[in-house]
Ligand binder design. Structure first.
Ligand code: MTE
Length: 322
């Protein structure tokens, strides 16, 4: 994202859906009696790869959690990734992330809270009911996807730790292990990858702790075994392969802000009115849906989640707090 810009505009071979596949999909949906825009239809239209353990989730009742856009194909969502611990090309994570060991895995919760602790992955999987949420994810580079995630609201975990009144922000640290992650040997970012949210953002029901996608556990390249998905912010706020969550009093400095402060602010809310120095944020290319010469679609304020999250930023100057 910081150094490779051309790849973001190259078409994917999978962007061109063969006519036969397209027609079969239409026929299958019609047979099920599903409107092409219902969330169930979206899930049916985009099954997982079928190679990973199943992780089903009930359709979420959180307002805004099930967008009606057509779901990105599993093949595209798992082969066009940013995960710099495995390299900076979009194809690197799929090629190299097999060395990541998502089990055993623990997440430590620290800082300004009454109940810090270490959670084993199995305990985290049982902590709350799994929900399926179909979210748009918009990357600052100008592309977007629509993915059916499986997980539960991050707030469900955070409230277990009982944050104190000093907990104004939450800092997320992800795994940085040279033995498992070849990209960590490079100096492209200041490892480990760190991201942060204001506490009210982290507690917002749409902020998702994801363990799966497309009804299966997360593939390594998408941030196994657990990651954040903050759908109203640019993709880089959605930290992958989290190992530490810390409640802090001061605004955390993320790895991207450290790398280029003028480009990556703390808030990083999707905002078509505030351009990034290198990429306009006014429109976007939907991966897998549009060919190279197809019209881009306009980017929506807060990525289309304004009704749900706009209030978090009432009175703030969003040009200054980019
Ligand atoms: N998390 C870690 N640990 N390392 C990364 O390089 N890249 C971010 C984010 N989370 C990144 C990360 C960026 S730039 C984006 S756009 C999203 O992951 C991409 O998520 P996806 O590959 O599942 O679409």
């Amino acid at each position: 994202m910081l150094i490779k810009t051309s790849a973001a505009h190259e078409p994917l071979s999978s962007e061109i859906t063969p006519r036969r596949v397209y027609l079969n999909r239409r026929t299958a949906l019609a047979g099920l009696g599903l409107a092409a825009t219902s969330p169930l239809a979206l899930s049916q239209a985009a099954p997982g790869g079928g190679k990973l353990p199943k992780l089903p989730g009930a359709h979420s009742a959180v307002p805004g959690a099930l967008v009606m856009d057509k779901v990105t194909s599993y093949a595209d969502a798992t082969s066009y990734n940013n995960f710099y611990e495995f390299g900076t090309d979009k194809s690197d994570p799929a090629a190299h992330a097999h060395t990541l060991k998502p089990r055993p895995w623990t997440v430590s919760i620290e800082g300004e809270c009454a109940k810090p602790g270490r959670y084993d992955l199995d305990a985290l999987l049982k902590l709350s009911a799994m929900e399926e949420r179909v979210y748009r994810l918009r990357c600052v580079e100008g592309w977007s996807m629509v993915i059916p995630w499986v997980g539960y609201s991050l707030g469900e975990l955070l409230k277990q730790a009982q944050p104190t009144s000093k907990a104004k922000y939450v800092e997320f640290t992800t795994l940085a292990d040279k033995a498992q992650m070849p990209g960590v040997r490079s100096g492209v970012l200041d490892w480990p990858y760190v991201e942060g949210l204001r506490i009210d953002e982290a507690m917002h029901p749409l902020a998702l702790l994801a363990f799966g996608m497309y009804g299966e556990v997360l593939p390594n390249q998408n941030g196994a075994p657990l990651r954040l998905v903050v759908p109203w912010k640019y993709g880089f706020k959605s930290a992958k392969s989290i190992v530490k969550i810390r409640f802090v009093e001061k605004e955390p400095v993320s790895s991207w802000t450290k790398a280029a402060q003028q480009e990556y602010g703390f808030y990083s809310n999707v905002n078509p009115n505030v351009a990034h120095p290198r990429w306009s944020q006014a429109s976007e290319r939907r991966i897998g849906e549009d060919g190279l010469f197809a019209k881009k679609r306009p980017t929506l304020m807060f990525n289309g989640y304004e009704a749900q999250v706009g209030q978090l930023y009432a009175g703030m100057d969003l040009k200054r707090n980019y």
